[in-house]
Every structure is written in C-alpha cells, then in structure tokens.
Write a protein that binds this ligand. Structure first.
Ligand SMILES: Cc1ncc(C[n+]2csc(CCOP(=O)(O)OP(=O)(O)O)c2C)c(N)n1
Ligand SMILES: [Mg+2]
Length: 341
C-alpha cells in the first residue's frame, strides 16, 4: 500500500512533506536520547553537568522547522538542545560540548549544552536568565538598520525569565521599533523550584504581549505541529516587516532542572506522572504511524538510527583530547587581536 493511500484525510500536515515530518520526529528523538545521555554520563562521573529538556521536544522541533537556516538567527537559552539539533547542530557537536573537548566550538570553555555556531546562525548561550534577550533584539535592530529584509531573530526563554528586567525592556524596545524578532516562551510551569503561580499573577505569559503592543499567542507545547504553525506565522510576520510576536508554548519539564537538581524536594511524583501521560514524543510517533507517514517498521528504523548516531557521537567525542593550556586565549576574538597584551 502506498503512503498516500494510507494517509487519513483529516490529517492536517500544514504544508509539511513526509520528509519534514520525519525530520521533526528525528529531532525530538535525538533530543531525548542525548539529554538522557547527558544524565548518564554525569552519573558515570564523565561530565560535570547537563541540563534537562524532556517535555520540551515538541516546542523545539516545531520552532526549528520554522527557522530558515542561512537567513535567520537563533538566540536560545540553556534548555534548547532540540532547537540546536533541529537547525543543524550535529550530535557529535553536542557531545563535544558535554565532554568539553578541544574541538568544541568554545574549545571546552563554555558550560555543557551552551553551544554556538556561526555556520548555523546559532548565537552563543548565556546561563544568566534573560541576558540573551537584549542581544536578540540588538540583532533584530541590526537587520532593520541594515535594510536586511526577509530575516528574523528567534529567541527563547522560560516562564521564570519573564520576571527579569531585560525581558520587559526587550519586548518594549522591539515593539516600539517594530523589529523582526520572535519571543518564544517555553513555559514548563517551573523555574527550578518556583511554580508559575509564585512567578506571575496571570495565567498566560502571552497575555502580556498586549501591554507592549505586539500580538501574543499561547499554544499547546506538547503539539509539535501547533508549535510549528504558531512560530512559523510569527517568523513570517517578522520577516515581512510586521514586527515582533510573543509566542507561549505550554509544556512541562519531566526531569529535574539539571543534573545538579533533585525535583523531588519541591514537586510530587503524582504531578510529574500525570503530565507524562501527555508525553509529546510517543504522541507524535503515533500520529505519524496512524496517518501513514511512517509504518511501524519504519518508526523502529528511525529509533534505531537515532540511538546508533547518538552512540557513535558519544564514542567519538569521548576519545578526543582536551584543549592545551596554550590554547586558552585562542578562538576568543576574530583575527590576531589580543586585547589583554
Ligand atoms: C539572572 C539569574 N538569576 C538566577 C539564575 C539561577 N537560575 C538558573 S535557571 C533558573 C530558573 C529559570 O526558569 P525558567 O526561566 O522558567 O526556565 P526553565 O529553566 O524552567 O526552562 C534560575 C532562577 C540565573 N541563572 N540567572
Ligand atoms: Mg520554566
């Protein structure tokens, strides 16, 4: 039976080809595999730290599909493993970052999961909450000042970041100057141990958009296609000169904040188990199989290829050397400039 005849007529694919849909699934599976790998390597004593992003796969794979590589700039935060993979960062580059090896973009000087890639338009990541947002707005301002139409900046942050001064300054400045930037909130209901109800007195982060004079939209962050549609619409608006948008994807963090956190100290297992029932990864797998985009066998094939690629990247990165002390100041500045001399 051909794939076309297997497809249900009510399946809304939003213009995405089978290849793109499977690409999104690949991103989600790879994100989950590599983030679990980070926890495993940490517990084995091989790496000092890893962040957790289980529960954020749909938001990130959907947003990545709305990003135009070679044109747009991504200014992410520390939980964006799937976004980085989705716009083209390789599993090997992720593992080099986790192992802090010499061939890592920062030669191992950055925090694990804090990647950067000029090739991909991936801005370096700061762990300082909301510090990336003025940078994103600055990049969008540069696009506008240089007359570079058709380009947009996508920046991401958590619910907790919305309490920072930079968050408000960034949204206000972007709206006043009608800048080509999309603010994507990955609302996972927690800022480490602080629940949303102690973070803000509104139910939806998106409601705040009106106060700045830009459109705001809340979307189901466990629905990868809904996330793609919302972020794509916002990116298209930005690229077309329509100004900024605030998109809020409501998701959940299934694991602890990072390998240094123990979420059992502030939330119940019942709460986490309840939210896991809506796990976006098996949900999207089922959607693709039920609609004939993938057969059961093809799905198993994708899962196996993801695991094999993750294992290969782990093995290769682990054998790589650390940077030499003499390289401490290399790759910090463009060209031979050495301002500390
Ligand atoms: C300015 C600043 N304050 C505090 C911290 C410590 N910190 C790290 S992550 C975090 C929680 C952020 O929560 P949220 O923005 O919801 O993102 P999430 O981690 O939930 O994805 C805090 C308070 C920090 N890194 N920077
Ligand atoms: Mg949060």
């Amino acid at each position: 039976m051909s794939k076309a005849t297997r497809a249900k007529p009510d399946f809304e694919r939003h213009g995405l080809s089978n290849e793109q849909l499977v690409q999104m699934l690949w991103t989600m599976l790879m994100q989950r595999t590599l983030e679990n790998r980070g926890f495993q390597l940490n517990r084995q004593g091989k790496i000092p730290f890893a962040s957790a992003s289980e529960g954020h796969e749909a938001v990130q794979a959907g947003a990545a599909m709305a990003f135009e590589r070679g044109k747009d700039i991504l200014v992410p935060y520390y939980r964006d493993l799937g976004l980085a993979l989705g716009i083209g960062l390789t599993p090997y580059e992720v593992l080099l970052s986790l192992f802090a090896r010499a061939d890592d973009h920062s030669a191992g000087r950055q925090f694990p999961h804090h990647y950067a890639s000029r090739r991909l338009g991936l801005h370096t990541i700061s762990s300082v909450i909301a510090a990336q947002m003025p940078h994103a707005v600055g990049a969008a301002f540069a696009f506008k000042a240089r007359g570079e139409a058709g380009r947009a900046v996508l920046t991401t942050f958590g619910d907790g970041a919305t309490s920072e001064g930079e968050w408000h300054e960034s949204l206000n400045f972007a709206a006043v100057h009608k800048l080509p930037v999309v603010f994507l909130c990955e609302n996972n209901e927690w800022a480490i141990s602080t629940p949303q109800r102690l973070q803000m007195a509104v139910a939806d982060v998106a409601a705040r958009a009106e106060g700045y004079g830009m459109p705001g939209e809340s979307v189901d962050g466990f629905d990868v296609l809904a996330c793609y549609v919302a972020v794509k619409r916002a990116m298209d608006r930005a690229r077309g000169g329509g100004g900024p948008t605030l998109v809020e994807a409501k998701c959940y963090r299934f694991l602890s904040h990072t390998t240094d956190d123990d979420d059992r100290t502030y939330r119940s297992r019942e709460e986490v188990d309840e939210r896991r029932k809506d796990d976006p990864v098996p949900k999207f797998e089922r959607l693709l199989v039920e609609n004939g985009v993938l057969s059961e066998d093809e799905l198993v094939g994708v899962q196996r290829r993801v695991l094999a690629a993750a294992n290969d990247a782990t093995d290769r990165a682990e054998t790589m050397p650390y940077a030499e002390p003499s390289e401490l100041y290399t790759r910090l500045y463009e060209g031979p400039w050495e301002p500390w001399r």
